[in-house]
Design a protein around this ligand. Structure first.
Ligand code: ADP
Ligand code: MG
Length: 344
């Protein structure tokens, strides 16, 4: 399949810059419209053949980030470039190409499988929508994809309810591959599955990645899931991308107190390696009214004065390892002095 443009090695396949998404909502009895600040100034890139893991508690803005990039919802601000094309201004034919090259796998595979349609039709559907191939060619492709994810030809005649959750996820993966995409946004694809099935699906995704030269944006609320699949990881908290690093680096040197908390919650593989579990105070604040300064300050064990008033900026601590935290800013106290002078 021809690509939109050719990509040189060092350019990202996808580049997200300052992505911001607010949802206007009516809250409670108030007449005033409020905004859910779901994603705030998020920037990251995904390179060809790479898996970028996005982790954070439920409600931290991971799905909204994925859905905005997929053009399923409009951004409030920011930019995204896919193969150097401005994603948010794609129209007609270019948008159609983009919708072929970027696919999504969901936590609930039922959301992409119509319960009333046979599996063979569901997997062929993207090709029908995009007017690809003849009926015979499409059938050939469906057989090939379904066999690759572990099914026999007779399965094509069955309905989604005749399969287990893990099987349905494999069918969802076959469907996502139908148009030969370059990037797949995997939104918690294993979160609803038993642990034994989770690793089957993760292994399948890893195998398919090299076979089909895929890149993944892999979303999960659990750091231990992304550890085995991601090359780099971004950690989200209340809409902010608070830390970003290559996977091994993040596990070896977690910098943000929130990342340290997430890591401390992963059960240690051996009792001798037992990590001290960090307990955070309070609950995650409402994105309707996020805390001023650093969004994590209300729960941070290391909170300083400056954290309550000044939003930390992204700071690169080592190659590819960035963090938004005043603990790593030499100028933190200076910022506080400036903001006090300004009367913030
Ligand atoms: P995650 O995937 O990390 O669990 P989401 O991106 O789904 O988080 O949600 C981030 C925040 O945005 C949450 O507070 C959620 O309630 C809110 N949100 C998501 N979609 C909508 C919407 N369509 N309308 C209003 N608020 C939304
Ligand atoms: Mg989600």
């Amino acid at each position: 399949m021809p690509s939109v443009t050719s990509v040189t090695k060092h350019e990202p396949l996808l580049e997200v810059k300052h992505l911001t998404k607010y949802f206007a909502v009516k809250s409670g009895s108030s007449w005033r419209k409020q905004q859910v600040k779901a994603v705030e100034d998020v920037s990251f890139a995904i390179y060809e053949g790479e898996t970028y893991g996005l982790v954070g508690e439920s409600g931290s803005g991971k799905s909204t980030t994925g859905r905005t990039i997929m053009r399923l919802t409009d951004p409030s601000a920011g930019e995204a470039f896919f193969q150097n094309q401005d994603v948010f201004s794609l129209r007609s034919k270019e948008l159609q190409n983009f919708r072929r090259e970027v696919q999504m796998i969901f936590q609930d595979p039922n959301s992409s499988l119509d319960p009333k349609k046979r599996i063979g039709y569901s997997v062929a559907e993207p090709m029908i929508i995009h007017g690809q191939g003849t009926k015979a060619k499409r059938k050939e492709r469906v057989l090939e994809l379904m066999s690759r994810v572990g099914f026999s030809p007779h399965h094509l005649e069955r309905f989604p309810h005749e399969f287990s959750g893990g099987q349905r996820q494999r069918i969802g993966i076959a469907k996502a591959l139908a148009l030969n995409p370059k990037l797949i946004v995997c939104d918690e694809p294993v979160s609803a599955l038993d642990v034994s099935i989770q690793s089957q699906i993760l292994n399948l995704l890893v195998e398919l990645q090299s076979e089909f030269q895929l890149s993944y944006l892999f979303i999960a609320h659990d750091l231990s899931v992304v550890r085995h699949i991601a090359d780099r990881i971004g950690v989200m908290y209340l809409g902010h991308l608070v830390e970003q690093a290559p996977t091994d680096e993040l596990f070896a040197h977690p910098l943000h107190p929130y990342t340290q908390f997430l890591l401390s919650a992963i059960p240690a593989p051996h009792p001798k390696l037992k990590r001290e579990r960090i307990i955070l105070q309070g609950d995650i604040p409402s994105p309707l009214n996020p805390p001023p300064g650093c969004v994590f300050h209300t729960r941070c064990p290391f909170v300083m004065d400056v954290c309550r008033q000044v939003k930390p900026v992204n700071r690169e601590i080592s190659t590819g390892h960035t963090v938004q935290c005043h603990l790593y800013e030499e100028s933190a106290s200076e910022d506080l002095t400036i903001s006090r002078r300004k009367g913030d």
